[in-house]
Design a binder for this molecule. Structure first.
Ligand SMILES: CC(C)(COP(=O)(O)OP(=O)(O)OC[C@H]1O[C@@H](n2cnc3c(N)ncnc32)[C@H](O)[C@@H]1OP(=O)(O)O)[C@@H](O)C(=O)NCCC(=O)NCCS
Length: 212
């Protein structure tokens, strides 16, 4: 279905979840005057590509630079295609109001074992809690995947993003990584991790085999 923002209307059930886990469709409890009352966060799917393209068109060059680090043209289109196409090594969420995509977040499993997270909220919707709502969906998925932490790469002068990440994840560790970038390591509190049985110490005596 074509819409005012070029995005289709999908229910969470329409969107495949590569982990096989139930969808993350999440709608904050509406409150009177709450700017998030109409915002819904759900996993991104193939049908979201037009909405993502429209989102990017509404973003300022600075906002796009903060998220895509200078990628434009074909590389940017490719990245949007990736956002809209969940895979075994990445999945994304969109924050939508009606038929418009207002923001998106992606969790991507890197080659070196690190799992990266990236956020984008359109200029007219920043500072309304959309980023936080997306973070909640990402954090839930990260917890389900039993990840100890996720990493965000942020330009060193992107104060807004650093403040945002510190705000949503008070335990976040920010380190200068060179090349004008900060590596923000965000711990994922996992109740499962604390319940996991500890491996026996290397020197522990072996349990004798049961007698035949
Ligand atoms: C960083 C980014 C994702 C934050 O998204 P956001 O939707 O503005 O995030 P939130 O609204 O949840 O929180 C941001 C601020 O708004 C405030 N806020 C949230 N809801 C609010 C409301 N209803 N009224 C007033 N302020 C509000 C938060 O307290 C926070 O305050 P702070 O700036 O003083 O820390 C967004 O600015 C963005 O997309 N930037 C460009 C891309 C980027 O930098 N990505 C990060 C690198 S991956």
């Amino acid at each position: 279905m074509s819409t005012g923002c070029g995005a289709p209307v999908l229910s969470p059930a329409d969107v495949p979840d590569p982990t096989g886990a139930p969808g993350d469709g999440w709608r904050p409890a509406p409150r009177r005057g709450d700017p998030l009352a109409d915002v819904r966060v759900r996993p991104a799917g193939r049908g979201d590509l037009p909405g993502l393209v429209a989102l990017v068109k509404r973003c300022s060059p600075d906002t796009l630079y903060r998220r895509f680090h200078g990628a434009s043209g074909t590389p940017l289109q490719r990245e949007l295609g990736r956002v809209a196409e969940p895979g075994t090594d990445h999945r994304s969420w969109v924050a939508v109001t009606g038929r418009c995509v207002r923001g998106t977040a992606t969790l991507a499993w890197g080659r070196w074992g690190e799992v990266e997270v990236a956020f984008l909220v359109e200029d007219a919707w920043i500072r309304r809690g959309v980023g936080r709502a997306l973070f909640r969906a990402v954090a839930r998925a990260a917890r389900r995947a039993n990840l100890p932490d996720v990493v965000a790469w942020v330009q060193a002068d992107n104060d807004r993003a650093v403040r945002f990440l510190r705000d949503v994840a008070p335990g976040a560790e920010v380190r200068f990584a060179g090349g004008g970038e900060l590596k923000v390591t965000i711990p994922v509190p996992s109740p499962l991790a604390s319940l996991a049985p500890l491996p026996p110490p290397a020197s522990a005596p072996r349990r004798p085999a049961p007698a035949a």
